[in-house]
Design a protein around this ligand. Sequence first.
Ligand code: ADP
Ligand code: ADP
Length: 230
Amino acid sequence: MSGIQLQAVSKVYPNGFQAIHNVDLQIHDGEFMVFVGPSGCAKSTLLRMIAGLEDITHGHIAIGEQCVNDLLPKERGVAMVFQNYALYPHMTIYKNMAFSLLGKMSKEEIDIRVREAAHKLEIETLLDKKPGQLSGGQCQRVAVGRAIVRKPDVFLFDEPLSNLDAKLRVSMRVRLTELHRQLRHEGVSATMVYVTHDQIEAMTMGDRICVLNGGRIMQVDTPGNIYHHP
Ligand code: ADP
Ligand code: ADP
């Protein structure tokens, strides 16, 4: 079980700015939840708090049954995909994908995981290349592949498609939605939290959408209920 529970969560940055005001939210196990809202509404802050990249000023965040307030990012069972891909430029794609697993399992097991993920994302032919030789869309697929190999309970996406051109964004939307479905089908929990300012992404990808504004939750509901105007 890897639902995420936010209880009375607030964030005050060191400069005194309160970015998040007393947020309560329950993200279900296996759900694809989208955080949507205008730039500066604190989508990214909230995601980074779940990831463990920002301290929680007040309140509690639990993943599964466990309060993660005091856990390091790597102890939380989450994998994050960033807008700028954050690949290691000097490593091959294979090594980029294998890196987080080194020392945790045998080379054979790592190899199986890397190839499985590469197959899912159709990047098998890129494994010996370096990030600098890849297009933006290819880099983003590698970034997703690098998250998958870890078999995390929770995937966190921070505007992962914003740097791609319009056509690629459409195909990646479909690919990510399909990936979620496929992982669920394989029995992986695959709770996904996806941050975007793009309403079309929110509408087409989310099981539910959490609309944020000014560090507060405005609405949490299915795309149909949020965007349907009879
Ligand atoms: P979004 O992802 O919705 O664009 P952010 O989470 O990046 O929003 O930022 C939310 C608010 O917090 C913004 O007003 C931003 O300026 C502010 N903020 C973000 N990071 C910091 C920081 N390190 N110190 C102070 N304020 C910050
Ligand atoms: P290092 O710089 O530590 O030598 P490498 O990038 O050469 O690391 O590779 C790390 C591990 O991954 C090695 O065991 C290597 O054999 C394996 N490896 C690297 N690229 C591939 C690939 N395309 N296919 C299979 N195994 C690979």
